[in-house]
Design a protein around this ligand. Structure first.
Ligand SMILES: [Zn+2]
Ligand SMILES: [Zn+2]
Ligand SMILES: [Zn+2]
Length: 159
């Protein structure tokens, strides 16, 4: 469980990325959503690693080799990918990460390693249930829920 959330540093990441892109294509096709070339490229760049990436780093990666894609195009692509649940924005570090289990109900909690920068979804239904109950107990209505936890991943802790 833990090792799946934070794959070992030497794992076959090409397989992770390929799997994520294939799943994204399938999902978009099923929904009739257009995964255009730019959107697909942005998604593949987000999936370059398990460390969330900022919009301007994405833009730099995108334009590496002399491309001239404007920042607004990157933000639009990210908006689309987020709306489809393919990418998550981590508010605490203002960066984006690929979703490793698309199609799930998405009230997730995020774990962010302050050492290697990798992030993973905790996806704890029990925690979510407790949170919703506690919030309702205050008579408060949830609009946007951001649960991000900074710390050390198992690999950084071990080294
Ligand atoms: Zn990977
Ligand atoms: Zn997700
Ligand atoms: Zn780490």
């Amino acid at each position: 469980m833990v090792s799946r959330a934070f794959p070992t540093p030497g794992h076959d990441h090409g397989a992770c990325a390929a799997q994520a892109l294939a799943a994204a294509e399938k999902l978009c096709q099923a929904r009739g959503a257009r995964l255009t070339a730019v959107r697909r490229k942005v998604l593949s760049l987000v999936w370059q690693s398990h460390a969330p990436v900022g919009a301007y780093d994405l833009l730099a990666r995108l334009n590496k080799g002399g491309g001239k894609i404007a920042p607004i195009a990157v933000y639009r692509a990210l908006d689309f990918l987020m709306a489809q649940g393919l990418v998550h924005r981590l508010a605490s570090i203002n960066a984006y990460m690929g979703c490793a289990h698309i199609g799930h109900d998405h009230a997730a909690q995020f774990l962010i390693c302050k050492d290697c920068g990798c992030a993973a979804e905790l996806e704890s239904p029990a925690l979510r249930k407790a949170l919703v109950k506690a919030v309702a107990g205050r008579g408060f209505t949830i609009d946007r829920e951001i649960v991000e936890i900074s710390g050390l991943c198992p690999h950084c802790k071990a080294s």
